[in-house]
Ligand binder design. Sequence first.
Ligand code: ADP
Ligand code: MG
Length: 243
Amino acid sequence: TQHDGALVSLEGVTVAFGGVLALNDVSFTIAAEDGIVGIIGPNGAGKSTCLSVIAGARPATSGAVTALGRPLGRRPNATRLARAGVVRTFQIPRPFAEMTIRENVVVALASSRRARTAELVTQADELLERLGLAAMAGSPAGSLPLAMRKKLEVGRAVASSPKLLLLDEVFEGLSDTEIDDMVRILRELHADGIHLVLVEHVLRALRQLAQTLIVFEKGQVLAQGDVETVLSSAEVKEAYLGD
Ligand code: ADP
Ligand code: MG
């Protein structure tokens, strides 16, 4: 097909919630050469719905979707897709609140590999060290402040061995230092070969991190291209100021 080699392709995708078209005839392609990709746009533009569709968590009402070269079909299966390497995080993190941070990561690691518990705990602690969460590893995940929960959400997603990682507003609520820290972590993941697509409002982070932007407005793609070109376009400025 015309999308051979695409990491993600949407072709005429519509998602309807009753009368609301969260996505309205959306078509775009993401290729490995696009580098780290940011999806931006006003609240309600359809960004989170788009991630859900790519991750197979929500079927398109109409249109065709592929992720990592797999056609998702009418009845996508998010668990199967996650095993194939397509993993998303949620805008509102969903850790197992009663479990510790370490246990949350161990559970995610166990979903993608077979290893003895002691080995999984060692791997979990290495990952938590990298995320700057090592000091809290024994605390219940539900008690964490938002910024830490965002990091844990990334950690859990990474622990399930993604090839394509879809991140929903992971910079939200982070301080400037925490943003720099998260940028560094995500750059490392990308250097390790994980393809990244981020829905994000924090443009400062995207400017540092992304090579390509896709702009959503009212369920449609308003623009796609390299970061500075897209951000300097009059149409995109207008959409943002009009929010
Ligand atoms: P964004 O992430 O860009 O803020 P969303 O994808 O969350 O936008 O939402 C797009 C539109 O779809 C909004 O109008 C929202 O209210 C609606 N929507 C999203 N999820 C649901 C749902 N589960 N049920 C009904 N409407 C929804
Ligand atoms: Mg959203």
